[in-house]
Design a protein around this ligand. Structure first.
Ligand SMILES: Nc1nc2c(c(=O)[nH]1)N=C([C@H](O)[C@H](O)COP(=O)(O)OP(=O)(O)OP(=O)(O)O)CN2
Ligand code: ZN
Length: 110
């Protein structure tokens, strides 16, 4: 079994739509540290599970320096960001989204 791990820093903005009053309803930014895990028993013809560059294109290409409310079709919480990435990267089984030093979400496929 091979595991590819790609870590990236995404600078972006968001505002959360919440059912309670919160400062997070206001537009603000984070430097999210995003770690993507991909796993496969087999390598492709290029000898890879998935190219690091492809993972970067999916994540950075679509999220970096964007307003995540304009990109995700749902509330851009760390949980939804993690799921959104996992659904788009080939062979991805886990995504960690660290919003700040003390706040991290992990999404894993069943
Ligand atoms: N489960 C989640 N909780 C919260 C999320 C989230 O995505 N998932 N997101 C937010 C907001 O993005 C908010 O901007 C977080 O702001 P922050 O200042 O980091 O939050 P805290 O004050 O709780 O963090 P400290 O590290 O304690 O300063 C809020 N919640
Ligand atoms: Zn936030």
């Amino acid at each position: 079994m091979y595991t590819v791990i790609k870590r990236m820093e995404v600078s972006a903005s968001h505002r959360l739509n919440l059912s309670y009053r919160s400062k997070c309803e206001n537009l603000h930014g984070h430097n999210w540290i995003i770690t993507v895990y991909c796993r496969s028993e087999e390598l492709n013809a290029d000898g890879m599970v998935v190219d690091f560059t492809h993972i970067k294109e999916v994540v950075m290409g679509q999220l970096d320096h964007q307003n995540l409310n304009d990109v995700l079709p749902c509330n851009p919480t760390a949980e939804n960001i993690a799921r959104w990435i996992c659904d788009r990267v080939p062979h991805c089984f886990k995504v960690e989204v660290q919003e700040s030093a003390g706040n991290t979400v992990v999404y894993e496929k069943d």
